[in-house]
Structure formats: structure tokens, C-alpha cells
Design a protein around this ligand. Sequence first.
Ligand SMILES: NC(=O)c1ccc[n+]([C@@H]2O[C@H](COP(=O)([O-])OP(=O)(O)OC[C@H]3O[C@@H](n4cnc5c(N)ncnc54)[C@H](O)[C@@H]3O)[C@@H](O)[C@H]2O)c1
Length: 439
Amino acid sequence: MMITVVGTGYVGTTTTVALAMLGHTVCGVDVDPVKVRALQSGSLPIFEEGLEDALRRETAAGRLRFTCDLGQALPGCDVIMLAVGTPPDEDGSANLRALEEVSRQLGRLLQPKAHGRPPVIAIKSTVPVGTGERVRGWLLQEMILRGLHIPFEMASNPEFLREGRALHDAMHPDRVVVGADTPGAANVMKQMYLPLQAPLLLTSIRDAEMIKYASNAFLATKISFMNELARLCERVGANIQQVAQGMGFDARINPHFLQAGIGYGGSCFPKDVQALQALAAQSGLTLQILQAVEAVNASQPGWFLQKVKHVLGSLNGQHITVLGLTFKPGTDDIRESPAIPILKHLEEQGAQITAFDPQGMAAMKQRFPNVTYASTLQESLRDADAVLLLTEWKEVVEHDWGASWSELRQPIVFDGRNVLDSAQMRAWGYQYYGVARPS
Ligand SMILES: NC(=O)c1ccc[n+]([C@@H]2O[C@H](COP(=O)([O-])OP(=O)(O)OC[C@H]3O[C@@H](n4cnc5c(N)ncnc54)[C@H](O)[C@@H]3O)[C@@H](O)[C@H]2O)c1
């Protein structure tokens, strides 16, 4: 099949590569010429394990190309996937400006196909229920202005990949959800994904749009539930990890997403939880559970910092080492990372901050230019009064903590992700504080 993917960010680039790996001929389109030039030359503008090699392989095999020129990418296309960003607006609702822009451009640029079925326009971006109809409307408006009606069909194809495992998830999805209002569009999407041999759920466009928000909101709920429970565990002397393990054996609960920590971040959970609430508000409803999920998450970094202050006293002049800046390991993405409010607070309190992250330092430097960024983890520990572990990078978890003990001025570690071996850390002489992990 011939496929165009509009928007080559985290999702769009992964989608282009994955579809090319399935044997399709794929063209990625983006308005950002720097990004497109990088992709054309086989280099990935983001960090995502394994994606760059696959990008080069698929480009060399002639299945993948990139352009800024949407018009040039459209002729003969069977599917046009829209993967542009949908960031939050001021009221939390999804900002659909990029999607409208692309839809109107498509309405202006689409040409009748010489042969074969009309193209399917599939929305991969995370969008509120009803967006499929709006996209169709924007395209039709532009076609009316041209005095033409060029046939096309609509589909919704939400993405569930996790940054840090993006290509793996795109190639081995738990499920593919396709919302389509015509059997023809459903069939084209089904054919496109056939080589994946993944479970496929066919729904209406509205259902598919809702499934994506519902999934992310539910995962965020699990995290906030465990974080709130951790606060209680800490008060009553229970270990949240044991509690999570005991809960996770129950097949109705399952062990995933039960880790307490410093809260969720990233480009998806925070904005999707907000967008679902905004959608509810527009429909005259209040989603009380999600209000609480958001409130717990917003206060979790502060709760963690309270513990730091309780142990260290005033942070003014203290040398604090922050390990991990990205919202999760395996990515360079710092969007909504819990490290951001934590760094902000540490700066406000007059702490001397040194940070280390394998991939996130360049982006964080733009936001926090006064932080010292160490070139190695070992270097970041030197003379620290305390270490705050914020992202569970392998490099951090597997670091030789036993050998580093003497580097620190005070061997105090606050493990915001509960990933270090608490007994071993204490045996090495550290004052170790996890999240609801009593000694
Ligand atoms: N990042 C994730 O883990 C993830 C997972 C699932 C779903 N999603 C959803 O996928 C969508 C994209 O997310 P992302 O993280 O890839 O965003 P991103 O910001 O990394 O990428 C968006 C891309 O769209 C491009 N763009 C904007 N306007 C354009 C236009 N008019 N024409 C062509 N390109 C244009 C931008 O230049 C950018 O490269 C969002 O709706 C997001 O919620 C993201």
C-alpha cells in the first residue's frame, strides 16, 4: 500500500518506520524542515532505541522517504495518517489547530485518484470524540471552495505506543483499534495492519476516539491511586511495594502501573486526563475521579520534596544532585516531566543543583540554564549533600553505588522511583529514603 503520514514527531516517525517494515511504501510529511532534513539523511531528531537503525534500513530499501511538501506526498495514496500534535489549550481541551491546518491543506491538495479506492484519512493523533466529523467537515469546506468533490473516507486509528519502547510497541501492539464508518475504510485499515497479526478491534470513529482517552485516563488513575496509597502507607508503616505485589497477583488488577513514585508526566497522560475532563465539561458533566487523579499527581512532587526537606532542613546552599530529567527512561522527552516542578522548587529554595540524564540534559538546559549539567553520573555525585533519583534510567539503577559512597559529602539518597535495592544501599552506608518503603 502507499501511505502518507503527516506529522513526524514521536508517533509519526515511529509510524512511518513501522509501516515501512510491514512492507508498505511510506512517505512522512512535516512542516519542520530541520526535522525533515534530518530524517532524509537517516538521522533521528529524537532519541528512541532502535528507531534510527530501522529508519536507515527502510530508507535504503526504498520503502521510506520524507518531505515538507504534502502535495507531493499525496498522489496514489491509499491511506493518509494524521499524526500531528494535539497539545492542551488553556482550558485543558485538546488544541486541534495543527489538525485543522492539515485537514484544510488536504482539502485544497487532494486530487481524484486515477484508479483504485478513494484514500482513507486516518486520525492517529489523540483527539476528542467528534473530531473525525470535524476533520471531514474541514476537508469538505475546502473542496467546496474549489468547486470539487473528491471522494475520501475517514477512520480513527489511535496510537498506544510507549515512548522508550516505541518501535517495539508499534510492531507488537496489544491491540489495533480502528474506528471507521464505512466497511470500505475499515477493510483498507485492516489490510494495512494485516502483517502485524495483532488483535484488531473495529469500532465506530467515536468509539475509537474515546478508547484512547479512556485507556490513558485509566492508566493515570492507577498511578495516582498508588501514589495516594503510598502516602498512607508511609504514615502507617506499610511498604507500598509489598502492597502492590500483593494486589498485582489478582488477575482483575494485574501488576502493571502499580508503582508508586513522584507522579506521571510526559506528553500524553497529563494532557489526555485534562482533555477528557474538558470534553466532559462541554457535555455538562464533571469527571470526579479524574479531578482527583490530576490533583494527586500535581501534588506528588511536592509530597516527595517535603520528605527531602524534612531530612535536610533548609535547602539553601545545599548541593543537590538530580538523577534523571526525562519523564521516563528510554526517551529524550521532558514534556511534563515531574523533574520540572522539582528543579523549580529546588532553585526557589536556593539549592545548588547538579543534574545528570543520559538523554534529557539538552532539552532541560533550555528551561533551567542555571543548573550544572554533569557529563557523567559519577561526576554529578561529587560533593553532593543529597541525591534525588527522579527517572529510573538503567545507567542510574545499575550504577556502582557501593563504590560511589565516598564521592558524596553526605550519603543521602531519595529514590523517587523505588528502584534501588534499599537494604543494599543501607548496608553500603547510605541514608536511603524510598517512596513508602520503610526499613
Ligand atoms: N508521544 C507519545 O508517546 C504518544 C503516544 C500515543 C499518542 N500520541 C498522540 O500522537 C500525537 C502526536 O504526538 P507526538 O508526541 O508525536 O507529537 P510531536 O509534537 O512529537 O510531533 C508532532 C509533529 O507534527 C508536526 N506538525 C505540526 N503541524 C503540522 C502540519 N501542519 N503539517 C505537518 N506536520 C505538522 C510537528 O512539526 C511535529 O513534528 C498527539 O496527538 C499525541 O497525543 C502520542
